[in-house]
Ligand binder design. Structure first.
Ligand code: UFG
Length: 338
C-alpha cells in the first residue's frame, strides 16, 4: 500500500513518515522545503533503515502533481503541506490563501482525476477560535481569528463539500493541539526558518542563550497560576495518530473531524518549570502583557480519537521537554552532550 505524504519533510510530516515506514507502508513524499531542509530525507532513512520515493515539488505546480500521481499507484494521501505562521499570515494573507488553498485544490483535483479518494488532512485546534468551554469536543462551533486559521477552516469546508458531492471519499480532519517534542534519536525536530513564535521554540532559544529571557504573555488569566493553559502533545504521539487515521480511511468511507491532544492542559509556567527540571537548565522568564487573540485555556476532549481511532497519547510533558531539548542539542552541536 502506497501513501503520498505532502509536506513530508516538515516537523509533523517527518515524524509521521518515520512511523508509517516503521508500520510497513510504502511512501511517496513531496516537499518544496519552504520550511524544512533536504537533510531530513536522510535522517528519516537513518532512523528507519527504509527508503522511499521523494519529489522536490510544489503543490502550486499542477504538472508536478500529475506526474507524481501518474508515476505511482497511490492509495491514500496525508496532506501536511502548507504555511503555518499565524503572524505572517496576518501580514501576507494572499500568500497564505494562494499557497494553502490553491495548493490544496490542485491536490484534490489531481486526486479526483486519478480516482484516489482517501485523505487525512492536517487541521488544527485553531478552528475552534475562542472556545466557550474546555475540554473542547469536535462539535464545538468553528470560527477563526487569523488568515492561517481561516485556510485550515476553508480546507475543512472544501473537504466537507467534496464528501457531500461524492460519499465514496474517506476523509479525516485531524485537529492538532500544541505539537512539541522531537524524535528520541535527536535527529528530527522543529527547525523553524526565521524567528519562532511558539512557546517551545522560544523556551529552547532561551535555554541556548539565543535570547536572554522568555516573555510570558499574561499572568492574570483565570488559570492555575495566571498563565495560559494549552494541551501540549508529543509529535511522536501525533505521528502515531496519523497511522491510526490511515488505517481507518482504508476501512471506512466517511468524513470525521478528530482532535489529537492529550486532554490535559499545562500552564506556561508549568511547562517552563518541567523543562528546567528535566534538562537541568535555566530559562529566565519575564511577565509581559497578554498576547492579542490568546485564550486562557485550550485543551482537547480526546474521547473521539480513542473511540474512532483506538488512539491515545502516551507521552507526557517530561518526554516532550526532554526530546525537544535533545533534538536541539543535536542540531546545535551534532551530539546530545551538553
Ligand atoms: N507564550 C508565551 N510566550 C511566548 C510564546 C507563547 O507566554 O513567547 C504562551 C502563549 O501566550 C500561550 C502559550 O504560550 O499561552 C502557547 O502559545 P503558542 O504560541 O506556542 O501556541 P498557541 O496555543 O497560541 O497556538 C498554537 C499554534 C497554532 C494553532 C494553535 C491551536 O501556534 O498554529 O496552537 O490551538 F493554531
Amino acid at each position: 500500500m502506497s501513501i503520498l505524504v505532502t509536506g513530508g519533510t516538515g516537523f509533523i510530516g517527518s515524524h509521521t513518515c518515520v512511523e508509517l515506514l516503521e508500520a510497513g507502508y510504502d511512501l511517496v513524499v513531496f516537499d518544496n522545503f519552504a520550511n524544512s531542509k533536504p537533510s531530513v530525507i536522510d535522517k528519516i532513512v537513518d532512523i528507519t533503515g527504509k527508503g522511499f520515493k521523494f519529489y522536490h515539488a510544489d503543490m502550486a505546480d499542477k504538472n508536478s502533481l500529475e506526474r507524481i500521481f501518474s508515476e505511482n499507484d497511490i492509495d491514500c494521501v496525508i496532506h501536511f503541506a502548507g504555511y503555518k505562521a499565524v503572524g505572517e499570515s496576518v501580514e501576507k494573507p494572499l500568500m497564505y490563501y494562494q499557497n494553502n488553498i490553491t495548493g490544496t485544490l490542485n491536490l484534490l483535483e489531481t486526486m479526483s482525476e486519478y480516482n484516489v479518494k482517501r485523505i487525512v488532512f492536517s487541521s488544527s485546534a485553531t478552528v475552534y477560535g475562542i472556545p466557550k468551554s474546555v475540554p473542547i469536543t469536535e462539535d464545538e462551533p468553528l470560527s477563526v481569528t487569523n488568515p492561517y486559521g481561516r485556510t485550515k477552516l476553508m480546507i475543512e469546508d472544501i473537504l466537507r463539500d467534496l464528501y457531500v458531492s461524492d460519499n465514496s471519499w474517506a476523509i479525516i480532519l485531524l485537529r492538532y493541539f500544541n505539537p512539541v517534542g522531537g524524535h528520541p534519536s535527536g535527529l528530527l525536530c522543529e527547525d523553524p526558518n526565521g524567528i519562532p513564535n511558539n512557546l517551545m521554540p522560544r523556551i529552547l532559544d532561551t535555554a541556548f542563550g539565543k535570547q536572554d529571557k522568555i516573555n510570558v504573555f499574561g499572568n492574570d488569566y483565570p488559570t492555575v497560576d495566571g498563565t495560559g493553559v494549552r494541551d501540549y502533545i508529543h509529535v511522536l504521539d501525533l505521528a502515531k495518530g496519523h497511522v491510526k487515521a490511515v488505517e481507518r480511511i482504508m476501512r471506512v468511507n466517511d468524513i470525521q473531524a478528530i482532535n489529537l491532544g492529550t486532554g490535559r492542559g499545562y500552564s506556561v509556567l508549568e511547562l517552563i518549570k518541567t523543562f528546567e527540571e528535566v534538562n537541568n537548565v535555566k530559562v529566565p522568564v519575564e511577565f509581559a502583557p497578554r498576547r492579542p487573540g490568546d485564550v486562557a485555556e485550550c485543551y482537547a476532549d480526546t474521547r473521539k480519537a480513542s473511540e474512532m481511532l483506538g488512539w491515545k497519547a502516551q507521552l507526557g510533558v517530561t518526554e516532550m521537554c526532554r526530546d525537544s531539548y535533545r533534538a536541539r542539542l543535536m542540531l546545535e552541536h551534532g551530539s546530545d552532550d551538553k
